[in-house]
Design a protein around this ligand. Sequence first.
Ligand code: CAA
Length: 263
Amino acid sequence: MMTYENIIFEKDGGIAVVKFNRPKALNAINTGVIADLNGVLDQVEKDSSIRVMILTGEGDKAFVAGADISYMVNLEPLKLREFSASLHELGFRMEALPIPIIACVNGFALGGGTEIALACDFIYASEDAKFGQPEINLGIIPGFGGTQRLPRRVGKGMAKELCMTGGLISAREAKEIGLVNKVFPADGLWEATQKTAQVIASKGRFSLRAIKHCIDSGYNLDLRQGCAMETDQFGLCKASPDAEEGMSAFLEKRKPEFKGELK
Ligand code: CAA
């Protein structure tokens, strides 16, 4: 297992745990964090024993308090643009990863923090987590999907209000608007996230990849095209031994044992 300067990467059975590890800067994202996360994705892509990934923050205060302002303050416009482009590449890589990623938001998730959580497959949060897009307070705009993934998740009006006011919302409010799936007391968040990760890790790897692909890629297609894609992926599931195992296990009244092979 490689070690990284800005993140902690551990494997716990079929679960990859990735922690942002710059607690003194509230885990703000700089180029080092981006490079390290790309390194982790390289490793995870090659390791078929990993079935699901959890993204969380080290320390008890922040998930990620945004892009690193001390890094951005001196950047020329084209360099700032490049920084945004590298964040977007990272987001697309996370969405293209064949396994699910759960954001386990244990504190501030602001700006790039909310945005990287949105690039995960879904978000669990602690009661004291805070979300928001405060870039407007810095005289800039969101640069990692806040004007794109956020409205797709919570609707245009809510996304505009968050981006235009720069105000923060609680985890409960984030749940109300559909940004967060579930909210837990701070001391129960990790266990709950792990439990869900274990459930997901026990499923067929091919089906998980197909679900992620169909929902992410199909979301922006019209219904007929999206359903055509689902039709193909549905048929393709039979290329994996997991489909035969799942159906046979049902008929034989036993629990399925998915091998997780991707054929
Ligand atoms: N970048 C760099 N450093 C940051 C940071 C950030 N985004 N957020 C916090 N820090 C640093 C602070 O500068 C401080 O460092 P020092 O101890 O060296 O002074 C340390 O983390 C602790 O922060 P605070 O003292 O501010 O802690 P607090 O409890 O008083 O406030 C907070 C917490 C409300 C999260 C506050 O730190 C804050 O508002 N942070 C900035 C949030 C923000 O604006 N995020 C958006 C960034 S822009 C972006 O993300 C662009 C994009 O879309 C890609």
